[in-house]
Design a protein around this ligand. Sequence first.
Ligand code: YK8
Length: 177
Amino acid sequence: GRLYVNKVFNISAEKMFELLFTDSHFIRRFMNIRKITNASFAPWQSEASGAMKRSLNYTITITNPLVGKFSTATENQILYKESREGQYYLVDAEVYTHDVPYHDYFYTQNLYCIIRHSKHKCRLRVYTDVKYKKQPWGLVKSFITKNSWSGLEDYFRHLESELMEEEAELNQGGGDH
Ligand code: YK8
């Protein structure tokens, strides 16, 4: 896997969780910019195991010329029970892109880790892996992996820069964060 985001923000851990994992203005706006449409968010629900789960459905717009322009996607998120409100949040997000070539072979796993740093600061880490449900031919596998990494790198670089803008907006005019 790869670590795409590893950064301390002037945003509290609670706020970071709210921005990324609730139906927030931030995530709505980010999806708009990325041309992610028809988004539906299920509410978080607790599981017998003590974890929380929710799933999202949306349509992504793809810029990769090798692939059709759109694909529907399902994202299943698990908030691990080891998470502690305001302190530490671990979210496992599995993303299935249903309409891309070889979609039945792979999915993407994004692990988001939000750690409280101080009252108004947190560290965000996003660790990403391309997972295989069945083994494709070697050449196909490297093709999938290469194309996935480039799309993911672009997405998370953009997410990080939008979070930095949000951080600036949240902190402007407001005391010593
Ligand atoms: C989520 C991983 C692969 C996919 C794409 C597929 C290429 C197909 C390979 C062929 C287009 C928002 C990606 C990047 C689309 C976007 C997905 C996003 C960024 C040529 C064999 C969507 C996070 C996420 C996870 C997986 C990404 C797809 O929040 O290359």
